[in-house]
Design a protein around this ligand. Structure first.
Ligand code: COA
Length: 385
């Protein structure tokens, strides 16, 4: 297997982007990533695109061909990858495997979603749950994660304030990210007093409905210096599955797919949780961020709330979590999120993260979840080959 490096990254602004179409977003992100890699498009061998539901959000399937045409890059193979909100993470992993195996040299992984063109995004998002046993019974994603929050509070004494603290941390970082959907700080009180969505979760515990795209270019590590002075190395790329239905799980307070995929990734990378300086974790709801920092091994199970309260996930603390703002503040255009996480960790490791830069970051991890944990993709990135 060949070592793989990241030589170009990009992200469009995330938000309600009325003046940009689905295809505009991917092409904008793709062109920026190509420019960032000092590469021309004709050097690309293939492209993988993470997209959860072009069909339900904008009535568009056959995404690969659409983007091939509008990027002007026909006839190279374009492949759409779908795993709900983990679509981007899996698209990146396909690109890694293609380059590591020697099948291709230069590959782009992109992610895109245009969610704000529908009047109500909730039914489309709910398609990522078990249709017969969850969605058709009226269960939505906020309510599934609300059950996980209640159970975490019951089992570990986690407080409502501690859960809210995860969103506060994300907004603090998002305020420094010009590409974030929400660039403003919030307080714990603001979260607790915001509109109820699914008790105990309020609107300020939820990631928003977003439009956006992101792209990453990878190549064999031995070629990386041709394209970038600061290539970032992919130390591990893993994926694990779990039941799609929450009620089939033995525990509601951990994501087994996160534990399995992250342990495998640490093993492959020869690194441990304590070696991570930064982490982009999947806080589609604040409780999922709290659960993630436990499942990824940064804090003991049940102690995530206390860690948030003690400021141990703030920038330049024990581990800098969601320096981009996370899904909560940067925004969560479903298929784009896993790629945007890789872009943020790359900027941080290169030292290109401007006002939100973490001091001396060497290693980082991304954690991208589909549904309530039916799919999890983990990437470990490093400045060091
Ligand atoms: N965080 C902060 N502010 C938010 C927000 C969020 N998550 N969602 C909406 N807002 C703001 C809007 O910007 C708007 O502000 P404005 O009046 O100043 O313009 C206001 O709240 C009302 O927005 P609106 O779009 O009417 O909200 P909504 O009630 O339709 O949607 C949610 C709110 C929480 C239901 C929606 O954001 C949602 O479904 N989030 C979860 C998405 C999801 O499930 N993703 C997949 C996870 S697995």
């Amino acid at each position: 297997m060949r070592d793989v490096a990241i030589v170009g990254v990009s992200q469009t602004k995330f938000g309600e982007l009325w003046d940009k179409s689905f295809r505009d977003l991917v092409v904008e992100a793709g062109v920026e990533a190509i420019n960032d890699a000092n590469m021309s498009g004709d050097k690309l061998d293939a492209m993988y695109i993470g997209n959860m539901s072009g069909g339900l959000f904008v009535g568009q399937e056959h995404i690969g061909s659409l983007i091939a045409e509008h990027s002007g890059l026909t006839p190279i193979p374009f492949t759409r990858v779908e795993a709900a909100c983990a679509s981007g993470g899996l698209a990146f992993r396909q690109a890694i495997m293609a380059v590591a195996s020697g099948y291709y040299d230069n590959v782009m992984a992109a992610g895109v979603e245009k969610m704000t063109d529908v009047v109500d995004a909730t039914p489309a998002i709910a398609a990522a749950a078990d249709r017969e046993w969850e969605a058709q019974q009226g269960v939505t994603f906020p309510s599934l994660y609300a059950m996980m929050a209640r159970r975490h509070m019951y089992e570990y004494g986690t407080t409502r304030e501690q859960i809210a603290g995860f969103a506060v941390n994300g907004h603090k970082n998002g305020a420094l990210n010009p590409k974030a959907q929400f660039q403003r700080e919030i307080s714990v009180d603001a979260v607790l007093n915001s509109t109820k969505v699914a008790s105990p979760l309020n609107i300020l515990d939820c990631s928003p409905v977003s439009d956006g795209a992101s792209a990453v270019i990878v190549c064999p590590a031995e070629d990386a210096k041709k394209y970038s002075d600061t290539p970032i190395y992919v130390k591990a790329s893993t994926q694990a599955s779990d039941t799609i239905a929450l009620h089939s799980r033995k525990s509601l307070t951990q994501l087994n797919a996160t534990i399995t995929a992250s342990r495998k990734a640490y093993d492959i990378a020869g690194l441990e949780a304590k070696d991570m300086d930064i982490a982009e974790v999947h806080d589609c709801f604040s409780i999922n961020g709290l659960i993630a920092i436990e499942d990824l091994g940064f804090f003991e199970k049940g102690k995530g709330g206390q860690a948030i309260e003690e400021g141990l996930i703030a920038r330049n603390s024990q581990i800098s979590v969601n320096t981009s703002g996370g899904l909560k503040a940067r925004g969560h255009p479903l298929g784009a999120t896993g790629i945007a996480q890789v872009a943020e960790v790359t900027w941080q490791l290169r030292g290109d993260a401007d006002k939100r830069q973490v001091d001396g970051a060497e290693n980082g991890i991304t954690h991208n979840v589909g549904g309530t944990g039916g799919t999890v993709a983990i990437q470990i990135l490093s400045r060091n080959n």
